[in-house]
Design a protein around this ligand. Sequence first.
Ligand code: IMP
Length: 196
Amino acid sequence: MKILLASHNAHKAAEVADILAGTGLEVVNLSDFPEITELGEDHDTFTANALQKAREAHAATGLLVVADDSGIEVDALNGAPGVHSKRFSEQATAEANNTLLLEKLDSVTNRTARFRCVIAVVGDGLECIAAGSCEGTIALERTGEGGFGYDPLFLPDEAPGRSMAELSAAEKNAISHRGRAFEQLPELLKNLKTAT
Ligand code: IMP
């Protein structure tokens, strides 16, 4: 089965390709569709944003589409940056986002946080979703060179003593929010439900 991954984020696309390797799914990406320059994410939940991206990409291509929306929720910031993770700082770069997060948590002792990911599958007359999360804490400083985004500051509970950016790609995918959401995709596609 062929499915379009509706994301312009090359890091995400590489992770998803690894997660779905061996499932028999043929994943194509937006590089084959240069006319799709942007996908909307105008909502305040991961689910609504993932559905919006998948619906727009399906409308533009007619293909079966999977899109994800993801981000980091920090308890001491009442769940921020959440759906605004990509554009947390004015500059909207990973470097500036991480600097701002460290500033906001200066002197804060409760540093618990989680990554969340919701995937939405949209095809002709069908829509379904799945979710994954990864619990951890925000470090006092960046470590590691791997991954992307907030990975250098995120210490997953399941990898004691290491940041997400210090894990191999396989280690990250095994515990990450994205790994946990996308690993459900083959089963979801088997049980496609007709949208109401
Ligand atoms: P979106 O899902 O494209 O709207 O953006 C998600 C944003 O959340 C990214 O730009 C990152 O800042 C952050 N994010 C999502 N997943 C990860 C991850 O696996 N590691 C680090 N940061 C992430």
